[in-house]
Write a protein that binds this ligand. Structure first.
Ligand SMILES: [Zn+2]
Length: 426
C-alpha cells in the first residue's frame, strides 16, 4: 500500500494484534475491564511494558520527561536540526475501561515505527514516539495531564495544589513516582512550533463509523465543552401532608429542566452534532418521605459549532428564569468553557489524500465529540487525529472493541501519512 521510498511498506497485523492482547492483560479485572488509572500499580506496569517493548525491539533508549511522559526516538533520521514529528497517545484508562482507548494509539504508533525500523527507512525529520501521562479523569482530578504540561496549559504552581482525593497523595509525588521530576516540571514544556506535527490515532468512541461501515475517519476538530454546576433550592417538607399545590420540589424542577433541554437540543438543526447531559446530580435531603429541598447537578453541553452551544446556554437561562418565577432559587457556576479546537489543515489534507488514494476506502472527516491530548497539542503546533471504528460505538467500558482489519487500515494510513508529512514539511 505504501509506496514511498520505493519499498512497499505495510504494518504487521498479527504483531499489533498480539501487542493489543499483551498490553490488555495489564490492569485487567475479574469482570474483564481495564483499570490503569494515573499512578496506579497497573499504570506503572503498563509504562514498563511499553518502555521494555521500545527498548528491546528498536534498540533505543527510552526517556521519561519531567511530566512522566515516555519518549522514544527513531534511529534513522537524517536531519536532526529539523523539528520532530511526534506520534502516540496515552496508556492510562478509566475504571473498568477497555483495551483500546489510548493503548491502541500508542500501539499503532509503535507498529508504524517498527515497520519503518525493520526496513531502516530514512526519514528527514526526527520522529518521536510518545505515551502520554494521565489522559483520563482520575482521583488526582486532572485529565490530559501530560499534554497540558507539554503545551503549557498548566504549570507547576497550578498543579502543586492537586491531591489524590482517595489517598491524599500530592500529584507532585505521583509524577515523581512515575519517573517524572515535578521540581523541574518546566523542562517538559514545549514552545510554539517546537515540533513539526503531533499525530494521535484513537478509537472513535462513538457510532458514526459503525453506522457508516467505514474503518477510519480523519478528525477535523475537537468538540467544545461547556459545563456548569447548578444548585436549585426549593423547600423541603413533609411528603404526605404537603398538598401538590404548595410544593417547591427541587428534583421535579431538575426533571422538567432535563426533559426540556433534551427536546430543545433535538430540535436544533446543524451539520455538527450538539449534545447535552446531566450526568451528576445530588438530592437533599434524599429521603423517601421528604420533598427534595435542594438539587446540585452538572449540565454538560458539547458541539463542534460553538454557536450552537451558546444558543443552548441561553435556552438554559430561560428555563432557569421560569423556575425562579415559580419561587425556586437558582445558583449557577460555570466550571468549564472550552471552545472547539481546530486540528491542523495540512495533516487533515494528508490523511485525506492517503484515504482517498485507496479505492476500498470512503473519506470521512468529522469532529471528535470527546476531549483528547491532541487538543492541547494543537495550542502549540500542528496537531492531527485519525479515528478507528468502535464496534457498537462503545467505549469507556469492557465491551469496547475495534476489529483488527480496521486497525490494520488505520496503521497503514498512519504510516503513509508520516512518510508524506516527512517529505512535504520542513
Ligand atoms: Zn483516550
Amino acid at each position: 500500500m505504501v509506496k514511498s521510498n520505493l519499498i512497499e511498506l505495510k504494518i504487521n497485523k498479527d504483531r499489533i494484534k498480539k501487542n493489543i492482547e499483551n498490553l490488555g492483560q495489564i490492569g485487567l479485572s475479574k469482570q474483564g475491564g481495564i483499570n490503569r488509572s494515573l499512578a496506579s500499580k497497573a499504570d506503572i506496569e503498563s509504562r514498563n511494558w511499553i518502555k521494555t517493548y521500545w527498548q528491546q525491539n528498536f534498540n533505543i533508549s527510552v526517556t521519561t520527561d519531567a511530566a512522566a511522559n515516555l519518549w522514544g526516538e527513531y534511529p534513522y533520521s537524517t536531519n536532526k536540526s529539523l523539528k520532530p514529528l511526534i506520534i502516540g497517545s496515552h496508556n492510562d484508562s478509566v475504571p473498568e475501561g477497555g483495551k483500546y482507548d489510548g493503548a491502541l494509539g500508542v500501539l499503532l504508533a509503535t507498529e508504524a515505527f517498527q515497520t519503518m525500523v525493520e526496513k531502516q527507512i530514512k526519514l528527514k525529520h526526527p520522529l518521536k514516539l510518545i505515551s502520554l501521562t494521565g489522559e483520563e479523569p482520575n482521583p488526582y482530578q486532572i485529565s490530559t495531564l501530560g499534554s497540558k504540561i507539554i503545551s503549557g496549559v498548566v504549570d507547576k504552581k497550578y498543579l502543586a495544589k492537586f491531591k489524590n482525593i482517595e489517598t491524599g497523595e500530592p500529584l507532585a509525588t505521583a509524577i515523581d513516582r512515575l519517573g517524572g521530576n515535578f521540581k523541574n516540571l518546566e523542562s517538559a514544556r514545549w514552545l510554539d512550533n517546537d515540533f513539526t506535527a503531533f499525530i494521535e490515532c484513537h478509537i472513535e468512541q462513538g457510532r458514526r463509523l459503525f453506522d457508516s461501515g467505514d474503518p477510519v475517519a480523519v478528525v477535523k476538530k475537537i468538540t467544545g465543552i461547556y459545563r456548569e454546576l447548578v444548585v436549585i433550592d426549593g423547600e423541603a417538607n413533609h411528603a404526605g401532608t404537603t398538598d401538590l399545590f404548595h410544593r417547591k420540589d427541587a428534583l421535579l424542577s431538575l426533571s422538567w429542566l432535563n426533559v426540556k433541554l433534551r427536546e430543545y437540543l433535538q430540535s436544533l438543526e446543524s451539520n455538527e452534532p450538539v449534545v447535552g447531559t446531566i450526568g451528576f446530580a445530588e438530592i437533599e435531603p434524599n429521603a423517601a418521605n421528604i420533598i427534595p429541598g435542594r438539587v446540585r447537578f452538572n449540565v454538560d453541553l458539547r458541539s463542534g459549532d460553538w454557536g450552537l452551544v451558546e444558543e443552548a446556554i441561553s435556552y438554559l437561562g430561560k428555563l432557569f428564569t421560569n423556575l425562579e418565577k415559580i419561587g425556586l432559587k437558582v445558583t449557577r457556576n460555570v466550571i468549564l468553557n472550552q471552545k472547539p479546537v481546530d486540528l491542523n489543515a495540512k495533516i487533515i489534507q494528508t490523511f485525506s489524500n492517503t484515504i482517498a488514494a485507496d479505492s476500498n476506502l470512503n473519506l470521512k472527516v468529522f469532529t471528535s465529540m470527546a476531549g483528547h491530548d491532541a487538543a492541547n497539542m494543537a495550542h502549540i503546533g500542528r496537531s492531527g487525529m485519525l479515528f478507528v471504528k468502535s464496534i457498537d460505538g462503545k467505549s469507556h467500558c469492557k465491551e469496547e472493541y475495534s476489529k483488527i482489519e480496521d486497525i490494520e487500515v488505520a496503521g497503514n494510513v498512519l504510516l503513509q501519512t508520516i512518510l508524506d508529512l516527512d517529505r512535504e514539511l520542513d
